[in-house]
Design a protein. Sequence first.
Lengths: 232, 769
Amino acid sequence: MFIEIHGIKKAFGQGDSRVEVLKGIDLSLRKGEFCVLLGPSGSGKSTLLNIIGGIDSADSGDICISGEHRSTMKEKQLTRYRRKHLGYIFQMYNLIPNLTVRENIEVGAYLSDKPLNVDELLKTLGLYPHRDKLPNQLSGGQQQRCSIGRAIVKNPDILLCDEPTGALDYNTSKEILKLIETVNQKYGNTVIMVTHNGEIRHMADRVVRLRDGMIRDNSLNTNKLPAEALEW
Amino acid sequence: MGNPLHKRLFRELRDEAGKYAVIFLLMILSIGFISGFLVADNSMITAYNNSFEDYNIEDGHFETQKEMNRAQRKAVSALGIRIYDLYFMDEPLHNDSTMRLFAIREEVNRACLMKGDLPVKPGEIAIDRMYADNNKLSIGDTLESDSYHWTITGFVALSDYSTLFADNSDSMFDSIKFGVALVTPEEFADYGRDTMRYVYAWKYQTPPSGEREENDMADELMKALGKEIKLKDFVPRYRNQAIMFTGDDMGGDRVMMMILLYIIIVIMAFVMAITISNTIAREAGVIGTLRASGYTRGELIRHYMAMPLLVTVISAMIGNILGYTIFKEVSAALYYGSYSLPTYVTLWNADAFLLTTVVPLILMAAVNFLILQRRLRLPPLQFLRRELTRKKNRKAFRLNRHIRFFTRFRLRVLFQNRSNYLLLLVGILFSNFLLMFGLLFPAVLEHYQMHIADNLLCNYQYVLTIPLDALDEEHKLRSLVAMMEFVDGVETDNTDAEKFSIFTLKTTDERYMLENLMLYGVETDSRYVHLERGVSVSSAYADKNNLSVGDTVHLKEPYGEKMYDFHIDHIYPYDGALAIFMERTALNDVMGEDRDYFCGYFSDTEITDIDEKYIGSVITLEDLTKISRQLDVSMGSMMYLVDGFAVIIFMILIYLLSKIIIEKNAQAISMTKILGYSGREISHLYIMPTTLAVIFFLIITMPTVERGMRWIFRYYMVSSISGWIPYYLDPAIFGEMFMLGLGTYAIVAILENRRLQKVPMDLALKNVE
């Protein structure tokens, strides 16, 4: 398996106010798999994503990615791990306001030894005509496409998406999902996407449902649909 | 691939042109001025140091009452020195000043011709360049005295008069009422012998190897000379203020200038760091994303540090260019305003470059690194969640609900921006310090002049000169006749005249400047000095050397080793000179003179009936205020510069800090607009706290500034000048400072108010990037 997650536990607070967010998560993912993490607010899906992404730490358990164990990594190694393996997409686009679209994508390319061709990627993202614009000259969907570009330009092994369509309307959301699907198929990255939107499960290879910090369901999707076909 | 984040730097400079323009302005001005100062200072010090060799400056000089005869010259030359005639004559001019006339020097203490030509025929004169400047004289102008008339042919700097001290015991030089000049040897030879002063410069045949040896050699020479001739004055070079004062003083300003620059750089570093902190708060999501994507903390620290370092490098480059061109001239003009220095050649100064480029860069880097390192220590997740403090669940401080809403709101603005206000406090403290420095000195000098005029011992102090013949022990009869003539010649019918005896001794307390002290022996019931029994020291002396009643002062002969101890019984309120007052008979006893010995008169009216040839000098108000007059001339222009600089710094700091505060609150301001608050109400909420803070800081910094100023003033007076000017603080200065501060702030507040009105309403509704 490419990603192996064993017994991940995580709690916040102390004493009476202690809340166990993750109560022992076990999960394995294949390389190139598109996995959707579903669950209500507070189910622990974002926390799990952050722990996989190395920006949060588990109280116990281990994550092994491509043979590298996360639990033994120090901060510097973690940064290197993120730099080498991960691309992040958030609900907030977090683009740098005084860099152009192209330059925002180059910010991601700078981190990689083998970045994708920026112009080609801009065309894939449909942003080539807007490459010299600043973020505030773009629509929300275009900004999110730009942030996807920044995440994938370094050709990461894993693309972590935290509610990437949370702030977008239906049409724009579908556009973004199609793009992530294209990226997954074209570049073969493993995609883990956190979402509230249950319909998105149809485009995933694997659907994991969390509730109260535990996996309630972990199943492979045998009737995978293209993003284009999704309706909600 | 270069880090694409760096592309932001020039865009930020362009987008924030207003802010960076003032930062650049302040840093370029500061660095430029200090660089110019250091370049001029170094070039001029080099010119000054080289002048010892270039112009063959004396190792010392001595004065005799009479011209030395051949036998004496031979005997003196056998003491291991070579002597050179440096005769001069002090000629009172019609413009109320005194000109010291020398023949053109060929061998020792040669002159630097700065403009025009040296005199070639009688009736021509080359005068000191600084005296000419101060008296607005040009080449071709004429100078007149009762007996002579000259045409000015050139301006010179005499290498042994880089500071125009008329007498080595003077408290301060006087470049307004005293000048030096060269005439042709032929003309000089025609001058009368009555008023001629017989001064001989010497150079050691084997120069001393160090200060200590120079000291010892001078002491031995003085003793040896004393056996051959009767010395009227003996001044080794290292004790000659006219030669050495310049060198001592030039180095002294350097430290002060560097401290000034570094304080400004550190303040600017904090301004930059706070600006960056606010940027970090605004870009928290971006930083979180970058960190999550694999950017290291070091890369981000370097990225955010790039701007302050870029600003510093650009400022240092432009500042240094301006320093070598424009500001060098400004500083040189300041020096030329105080000292009569030879022409200088601009020298490349590696030290200046290091001190005005590398050190500011290190300071800027250190301050920003410390703050950024702390700010960026948080994990990426906290940036993504915009939790920019390590303290979780930080609670708002409680405010009594009885306090009006607007007041509570303002208090919250103050509290939220406390780090900015803390910097504002430091900035105001520093600016107030500079302002007070600029305002205080001229006020002190003005007060001193008035105070001295009101507290003169008398209008005229006549110091008499006993003729040498009267002291000639080898010819008793001639001596007796001469003494009788003297006693008869100095008798006066002026009823205001009152006899006194006067002696000069030297202070020995090495914690303070070693200088000459006047000892006055006055009549028991003097109408001019209201003495109590015992020894009284002047308040100037007590103040300068921290003396109190009960202390004992140890004094010595100026040119001998004999020591005298005086136990202080009273402090006499007199700031005109460092002096000791005693009853005449008692002082004469101590000094080994007859009890009825006297050598001067106090008088409120001019004494006209004593023989002028016995009047050595007349001390008037003009002599006593020489020190303040000269300080006024040499420091006056500097004070205006400091004042201007203080106001600029003050404006820039307040502008930057209030801009930062408004930028930080831009979203909240935008939201209050959406909620329906009027522009006036919003400025009450956001400008008023800054206004109140500025007023509060202006007031509370004043006592600290005053204490600091008092210390600096004392330090300067004790270490730098002979004599004493008491500290005086005109209360009006506080008012001036407050009004200047408030006026400056008012301009900034108007600008800020305009900025506030321009904050767009949609800002609060936009994505937080």
